[in-house]
Design a protein around this ligand. Structure first.
Ligand code: NAD
Length: 251
């Protein structure tokens, strides 16, 4: 329970990886603030399970981010995890999807970080963990906005790490390979259409084709890595981009 007394905001934590990270931080005693969309009864049940509060802020709206951060107050651990995907060739990529993906995956973490860092500096302690992706290191076709946003998030995180290196604050990316969550489930039909494949072919020949372990990453494994980065012994680990991808990006 080494995170007792620490407050953690995990964006996009009503589902998938963010929820697993929230559960892992809670298990170590952190006071967790959830964020994201979903069924109100399910979110209420999650808040009860994790003794957490919840912000429904839409992270595509800067004013909503500012209101959320003001309402929460100081956070010691900031996990920028909310993200979205769209699969389409560049020449037919919907421009509104491009803007939304860059907005949620890259611009929203800039806003939460700029708002959270002053209190972390004042305390001389902070942990910023950004859920990037294997697609922050390598590209796949038909994911131009996502790949651009995640490469950008890696660059932003490195820059921030340098700026706060003397303030007791670390900033790192966690970069999962394919983890079985609603985000992955949702892109299967579009990938079937974009590549002319069946569902099984998408899973085996596209999603797991580049994964040497031939296994999906478990969200709980990502939660464990996030907790690890919060340890005192990790104080000198900053500006790093942690792959958790079954060996994908070692190719
Ligand atoms: P998910 O779809 O299961 O969860 C996304 C979360 O973001 C949900 O809580 C949702 O409500 C929230 N969200 C969506 N739009 C929002 C908005 N406008 N404002 C606030 N919250 C919003 O997705 P996931 O697979 O758990 O992905 C989480 C993160 O992990 C994303 O950044 C994603 O890019 C990254 N990632 C996922 C995988 C994977 O294989 N699942 C791999 C690498 C990286």
């Amino acid at each position: 329970m080494f995170l007792q007394g620490k407050r953690a905001l995990v964006t996009g934590s009503t589902s998938g990886i963010g929820l697993a990270v929230a559960r892992a931080l809670h298990a170590e005693g952190a006071q967790v603030v959830l964020n994201g969309f979903g069924d109100s009864q399910e979110i209420a049940a999650l808040c009860e399970e994790l003794s957490a509060s919840h912000s429904a802020a839409n992270l595509l709206d800067v004013a909503a981010i500012e209101a959320m951060m003001a309402e929460i107050g100081d956070v010691d651990i900031l996990v920028n995890n909310a993200g979205m995907q769209h699969v389409s060739p560049v020449d037919s990529f919907p421009t509104d999807k491009w803007d939304a993906i860059i907005g949620l995956n890259l611009t929203a973490p800039f806003h939460t970080c700029r708002l959270a860092v002053p209190a972390m500096k004042a305390k001389g302690w902070g942990r910023i963990i950004n859920t990037a992706s294997a697609h922050s290191k390598v590209a796949s076709p038909f994911k131009s906005a996502y790949n651009a946003s995640k490469h950008g998030l890696d660059g932003f995180t490195k820059t921030l790490a340098l700026e706060v290196a003397q303030d007791g604050i670390t900033a790192n990316c966690i970069s999962p390979g394919y983890a079985w969550t609603p985000l992955i489930e949702g892109q299967i039909p579009d990938t079937m259409a974009a590549r002319g494949l069946t569902r099984d072919e998408v899973i085996n020949d596209v999603l797991l084709a580049t994964t040497p372990s031939k296994k999906f990453v478990q969200p709980s494994e990502i939660g464990a890595l996030a907790v690890f980065l919060c340890r005192e012994e990790m104080a000198n680990v900053t500006g790093a981009n942690w792959s958790i991808d079954g060996g994908w990006t070692t190719h």
